[in-house]
Design a protein around this ligand. Structure first.
Ligand code: MD3
Ligand code: FE
Length: 206
Protein backbone atom coordinates (compact mmCIF):
# COMPACT_ATOMS: atom_id res chain seq x y z
CA UNK A 1 0.00 0.00 0.00
CA UNK A 2 3.03 2.33 0.02
CA UNK A 3 2.93 3.61 -3.57
CA UNK A 4 6.00 5.83 -3.16
CA UNK A 5 7.93 7.06 -0.11
CA UNK A 6 5.34 8.80 2.10
CA UNK A 7 2.41 7.98 -0.22
CA UNK A 8 0.18 5.36 1.37
CA UNK A 9 -3.07 4.03 -0.12
CA UNK A 10 -5.65 2.64 2.34
CA UNK A 11 -8.35 0.96 0.18
CA UNK A 12 -11.81 0.90 1.76
CA UNK A 13 -10.66 2.67 4.88
CA UNK A 14 -14.01 4.44 5.39
CA UNK A 15 -16.85 2.02 6.15
CA UNK A 16 -20.12 2.47 4.22
CA UNK A 17 -21.90 4.38 6.99
CA UNK A 18 -19.05 6.90 7.22
CA UNK A 19 -19.00 7.23 3.43
CA UNK A 20 -22.70 8.15 3.50
CA UNK A 21 -22.29 10.54 6.41
CA UNK A 22 -19.38 12.31 4.72
CA UNK A 23 -21.13 12.45 1.33
CA UNK A 24 -24.27 13.95 2.92
CA UNK A 25 -22.17 16.59 4.63
CA UNK A 26 -20.39 17.37 1.34
CA UNK A 27 -23.73 17.93 -0.42
CA UNK A 28 -24.79 20.33 2.34
CA UNK A 29 -21.52 22.27 2.07
CA UNK A 30 -21.85 22.39 -1.72
CA UNK A 31 -25.11 24.28 -1.37
CA UNK A 32 -24.11 26.22 1.76
CA UNK A 33 -23.18 29.90 2.12
CA UNK A 34 -20.41 29.48 -0.46
CA UNK A 35 -21.75 27.27 -3.28
CA UNK A 36 -19.40 24.83 -5.00
CA UNK A 37 -17.97 26.39 -8.14
CA UNK A 38 -15.81 25.62 -11.16
CA UNK A 39 -12.58 27.34 -10.17
CA UNK A 40 -11.23 29.76 -12.76
CA UNK A 41 -7.53 29.19 -13.35
CA UNK A 42 -5.13 32.08 -14.07
CA UNK A 43 -4.68 30.93 -17.69
CA UNK A 44 -8.42 31.37 -18.23
CA UNK A 45 -9.35 27.70 -18.03
CA UNK A 46 -12.25 26.62 -15.86
CA UNK A 47 -11.77 23.45 -13.82
CA UNK A 48 -14.21 20.72 -14.84
CA UNK A 49 -14.70 19.55 -11.25
CA UNK A 50 -16.60 21.81 -8.86
CA UNK A 51 -14.94 22.69 -5.54
CA UNK A 52 -16.12 23.88 -2.15
CA UNK A 53 -13.76 24.70 0.73
CA UNK A 54 -13.89 24.51 4.52
CA UNK A 55 -11.66 26.40 6.93
CA UNK A 56 -9.77 28.36 4.28
CA UNK A 57 -10.97 29.19 0.78
CA UNK A 58 -8.59 28.12 -1.97
CA UNK A 59 -8.10 29.88 -5.23
CA UNK A 60 -4.95 29.58 -7.28
CA UNK A 61 -2.49 30.53 -5.78
CA UNK A 62 -3.74 31.66 -2.41
CA UNK A 63 -5.93 30.88 0.60
CA UNK A 64 -8.32 33.37 2.17
CA UNK A 65 -11.02 33.32 4.86
CA UNK A 66 -13.67 34.66 2.50
CA UNK A 67 -14.67 33.28 -0.90
CA UNK A 68 -13.48 36.30 -2.88
CA UNK A 69 -13.95 34.66 -6.29
CA UNK A 70 -17.47 33.38 -5.48
CA UNK A 71 -19.63 35.64 -3.34
CA UNK A 72 -17.32 37.08 -0.68
CA UNK A 73 -18.94 35.08 2.12
CA UNK A 74 -16.86 33.61 4.96
CA UNK A 75 -16.12 29.91 4.45
CA UNK A 76 -17.62 27.43 6.94
CA UNK A 77 -15.28 25.94 9.54
CA UNK A 78 -13.59 22.57 9.18
CA UNK A 79 -15.51 20.33 11.60
CA UNK A 80 -13.52 18.63 14.34
CA UNK A 81 -14.84 15.16 13.41
CA UNK A 82 -13.45 15.46 9.88
CA UNK A 83 -10.02 16.58 11.12
CA UNK A 84 -10.17 13.61 13.49
CA UNK A 85 -10.84 11.20 10.60
CA UNK A 86 -7.78 12.68 8.89
CA UNK A 87 -5.63 12.12 11.97
CA UNK A 88 -6.84 8.52 12.22
CA UNK A 89 -6.13 7.84 8.53
CA UNK A 90 -2.65 9.33 8.90
CA UNK A 91 -1.96 7.20 11.98
CA UNK A 92 -3.13 4.08 10.11
CA UNK A 93 -1.01 4.90 7.07
CA UNK A 94 2.18 5.59 8.98
CA UNK A 95 1.50 3.12 11.81
CA UNK A 96 2.16 5.71 14.47
CA UNK A 97 -0.09 6.67 17.35
CA UNK A 98 1.72 9.86 18.33
CA UNK A 99 1.21 12.07 15.29
CA UNK A 100 0.43 15.72 15.83
CA UNK A 101 -1.65 16.41 12.70
CA UNK A 102 -3.86 19.50 12.68
CA UNK A 103 -5.37 20.08 9.26
CA UNK A 104 -7.12 23.45 8.99
CA UNK A 105 -8.66 23.14 5.52
CA UNK A 106 -10.66 20.73 3.39
CA UNK A 107 -11.05 21.06 -0.37
CA UNK A 108 -14.00 19.07 -1.67
CA UNK A 109 -14.11 18.26 -5.38
CA UNK A 110 -17.24 17.05 -7.21
CA UNK A 111 -16.69 15.15 -10.46
CA UNK A 112 -19.31 14.46 -13.09
CA UNK A 113 -18.72 11.67 -15.63
CA UNK A 114 -16.57 13.89 -17.88
CA UNK A 115 -14.65 15.85 -15.25
CA UNK A 116 -10.88 15.50 -15.02
CA UNK A 117 -8.00 17.10 -13.21
CA UNK A 118 -4.74 17.80 -14.98
CA UNK A 119 -1.34 16.98 -13.53
CA UNK A 120 -0.41 19.54 -10.86
CA UNK A 121 1.42 20.04 -7.59
CA UNK A 122 -0.27 21.32 -4.41
CA UNK A 123 2.10 23.95 -3.11
CA UNK A 124 -0.10 26.85 -2.08
CA UNK A 125 0.12 25.67 1.52
CA UNK A 126 2.89 27.21 3.59
CA UNK A 127 3.13 24.11 5.79
CA UNK A 128 4.46 20.81 4.43
CA UNK A 129 2.25 18.60 6.58
CA UNK A 130 0.79 15.56 4.78
CA UNK A 131 -2.39 15.76 2.70
CA UNK A 132 -5.08 13.17 3.47
CA UNK A 133 -7.59 12.34 0.70
CA UNK A 134 -10.94 10.52 0.93
CA UNK A 135 -12.84 9.29 -2.15
CA UNK A 136 -16.61 8.71 -2.39
CA UNK A 137 -18.97 7.43 -5.06
CA UNK A 138 -17.65 6.59 -8.51
CA UNK A 139 -14.07 5.36 -8.89
CA UNK A 140 -11.46 7.27 -10.84
CA UNK A 141 -8.16 6.65 -12.49
CA UNK A 142 -5.59 8.47 -10.36
CA UNK A 143 -2.17 9.30 -11.74
CA UNK A 144 0.64 9.75 -9.24
CA UNK A 145 3.80 11.24 -10.68
CA UNK A 146 7.07 12.59 -9.41
CA UNK A 147 8.13 15.88 -7.79
CA UNK A 148 10.22 17.01 -10.78
CA UNK A 149 7.76 17.46 -13.65
CA UNK A 150 4.30 16.51 -14.85
CA UNK A 151 5.42 13.65 -17.05
CA UNK A 152 6.70 10.11 -16.53
CA UNK A 153 7.54 8.26 -14.43
CA UNK A 154 4.11 7.92 -12.89
CA UNK A 155 1.95 5.25 -11.30
CA UNK A 156 -1.68 4.80 -12.34
CA UNK A 157 -4.12 3.37 -9.84
CA UNK A 158 -7.84 3.28 -9.15
CA UNK A 159 -9.29 5.30 -6.28
CA UNK A 160 -12.58 3.79 -5.15
CA UNK A 161 -15.30 4.82 -2.73
CA UNK A 162 -14.07 4.69 0.85
CA UNK A 163 -10.38 4.81 -0.03
CA UNK A 164 -8.08 7.00 2.00
CA UNK A 165 -4.74 8.17 0.62
CA UNK A 166 -1.99 9.92 2.54
CA UNK A 167 0.65 12.04 0.82
CA UNK A 168 3.52 13.10 3.06
CA UNK A 169 7.29 13.37 3.10
CA UNK A 170 8.87 13.21 -0.35
CA UNK A 171 5.42 12.60 -1.94
CA UNK A 172 3.91 15.83 -0.66
CA UNK A 173 5.05 17.80 -3.71
CA UNK A 174 4.60 15.08 -6.33
CA UNK A 175 2.61 15.91 -9.45
CA UNK A 176 -0.74 14.11 -9.63
CA UNK A 177 -4.02 14.21 -11.50
CA UNK A 178 -7.30 12.49 -12.33
CA UNK A 179 -7.33 11.46 -16.02
CA UNK A 180 -10.81 9.95 -15.87
CA UNK A 181 -13.87 9.00 -13.86
CA UNK A 182 -15.48 5.55 -14.17
CA UNK A 183 -19.19 6.43 -14.42
CA UNK A 184 -21.55 3.98 -12.75
CA UNK A 185 -18.83 2.39 -10.60
CA UNK A 186 -20.17 3.59 -7.24
CA UNK A 187 -20.70 0.64 -4.88
CA UNK A 188 -23.59 2.23 -2.99
CA UNK A 189 -26.80 3.65 -4.52
CA UNK A 190 -27.28 5.69 -1.34
CA UNK A 191 -24.26 7.83 -2.29
CA UNK A 192 -24.76 10.82 -4.57
CA UNK A 193 -24.10 10.34 -8.30
CA UNK A 194 -20.58 11.03 -9.54
CA UNK A 195 -17.36 11.18 -7.56
CA UNK A 196 -16.48 13.27 -4.52
CA UNK A 197 -12.95 13.74 -3.25
CA UNK A 198 -12.08 15.42 0.04
CA UNK A 199 -8.51 16.55 0.77
CA UNK A 200 -7.44 17.64 4.24
CA UNK A 201 -4.55 20.09 4.34
CA UNK A 202 -2.62 22.30 6.73
CA UNK A 203 -2.23 25.78 5.25
CA UNK A 204 0.13 26.99 7.98
CA UNK A 205 -1.76 30.31 7.88
CA UNK A 206 -3.27 32.15 10.82
C1 MD3 B 1 -0.60 14.21 -3.83
N1 MD3 B 1 -7.53 16.16 -5.91
O1 MD3 B 1 -7.65 18.55 -4.67
S1 MD3 B 1 -6.84 13.33 -4.58
C2 MD3 B 1 -6.59 18.25 -5.25
O2 MD3 B 1 -9.23 13.28 -6.72
C3 MD3 B 1 -6.48 16.96 -5.97
O3 MD3 B 1 -9.89 15.31 -6.45
C4 MD3 B 1 -7.58 14.94 -6.66
O4 MD3 B 1 -5.49 16.69 -6.56
C5 MD3 B 1 -9.00 14.46 -6.60
O5 MD3 B 1 -5.59 18.96 -5.24
C6 MD3 B 1 -6.61 13.93 -6.21
C7 MD3 B 1 -5.22 12.78 -4.24
C8 MD3 B 1 -4.23 13.87 -3.90
C9 MD3 B 1 -4.61 15.05 -3.33
C10 MD3 B 1 -3.66 15.97 -2.92
C11 MD3 B 1 -2.31 15.70 -3.08
C12 MD3 B 1 -2.91 13.61 -4.09
C13 MD3 B 1 -1.93 14.51 -3.67
C14 MD3 B 1 -1.30 16.60 -2.65
C15 MD3 B 1 0.02 16.27 -2.80
C16 MD3 B 1 0.37 15.10 -3.39
FE1 FE C 1 -3.92 18.03 -5.94
Amino acid sequence: REVAPGAVHLPGWLPPDRQRRLADACLRWASGPVPARHTLLPGGHRMSARTVCLGWHWQPYRYSRTADDVNGEPVPPLPGWLAEWGRAALAAAYRRADLDYRPDTALINFYGPDARMGMHQDKDERAREPVVSFSLGDSCLFRFGNPENRSRPYTDLTLASGDAFVFGGPSRLAYHGVPRIEPGSSPDPALPAGRINITLRTTGLA
